[in-house]
Design a protein around this ligand. Sequence first.
Ligand code: GLN
Length: 475
Amino acid sequence: MIKIDKLDIKKAHEGLVNGDFSAVDLAKACIKNIEEKDKDINAYLEVYDDVIKQAEYADKKIKNKDNITELTGIPIALKDNILNEGKTVSAASKILENYKATYDATVVKKLKDAGAVFIGRTNMDEFGMGSSTENSAFGVVKNPYDTNRVAGGSSGGPAAAVAISSALGSFGSDTGSSVRLPASFCGLVGLKPTYGAVSRYGLIAFGSSLEQIGPMGKTVGDVEILFNTTSGYDKMDSVSLPEDFYSKHKKKEKLIIGVPTHFMKEGIDEDVLENFNQSVEKLKSLGYEVKEITLPNIKYSLSVYYIVMPAEASANLARFDGVRYGLHKDGDSVIEDYFETRESGFGTEVKRRIVLGTHVLSSGYYDAYYNKANIVRNLIKSDFDNAFRNVDVILTPTSPTPAFKIGEKKDPLSMYLSDIFTVQANLTGMPALSVPSGSVVRDGKELPVGLQIIAPLLRENILFEIGKRFSGENN
Ligand code: GLN
């Protein structure tokens, strides 16, 4: 059996084209890891029954040198809110438990065209609402570094799936943190792309103005491949950016890094801050200039996010009425059908957000909450635009803590604080990359932490450049 734990996408690609092993060998190694490890982790909601068939098809393409890409034969895991035609997709919710996708998400279509092999659909917080996967209707995902702890969320399944080498890359969705946070908790690289860079067609919508599908992998180079394969204009997504927006900007000789130290004064674990400061020093020693920056309105980010996001969620989730999709419960009247279906189909956190969202959108409160939040959202955006006049990227830790214990965050507000450094990229549309930056020790176990690099719109290439140098990757 091949040692898939030692492989990343680039190495696996070399092995496949050199004939060292086949796509079927890779797929079998993934399935073996799932059989051995996933009982304790719970990353997968379903392992597809046609994995070997997909891999055989990829092997045929490789053998015939038929449109081989860097992803041909590469095992990929999907978050359970990305549509894969004919397969179940539930958003880890009871309301969609037996729902089958009727078409492919654009991302899935692009990956199929590239020859990727889908291993299965993976666990998440219901509809993406959470930071720990504890809000899944199908059980929490445990962290492979310490199974008493969470793998992060909401894309806990896609992160853990790669961390146990049952896939070499995965796709999650990031509305406020959900790719970057689990990537940092599981020692992986994760990207939240520029808003509009990756099509949201076929993603079960949660916070439409905030979210992007984003990749996770073991290296920055792998995440770059996954991003390049899935990004690009799509007429099926009304906010998709036209191709010419991806203009190649001139390469700058010396990139300048901004650090908003004023935003890291409280609520962050001491050793996480120390790890962050070491990362800044490392980047300095690699030749980058580091500048202190101020983002005056950044302290309002979470408050703004927790008004805009539930407003959008409440509107998006109105479509689950027991008629068009998934679960249906019979009541005494049509209205009662809706109540019964939504009462038994949605979990507590989803209901909380529907209540919050409908409240902030209701007449009389719309101006006080939703409109005000949008005004402050623009102020936060201006803060970043101003900062980017003087610096090329901005650094923060990805999370204020390492992976926390399952059940530790009992009240929703303490959970919401996990996203203190990540929601800004969603409110402003900017791309942000989380790269592993070392570890801190809890209960005698080394837990990974991540460094977040934020760039101006469409500058993913700067993120990859700095991320690779920081991680010591060659190209
Ligand atoms: N943790 C955030 C929330 O609960 C973000 C989730 C996400 O990015 N999907 O909304």
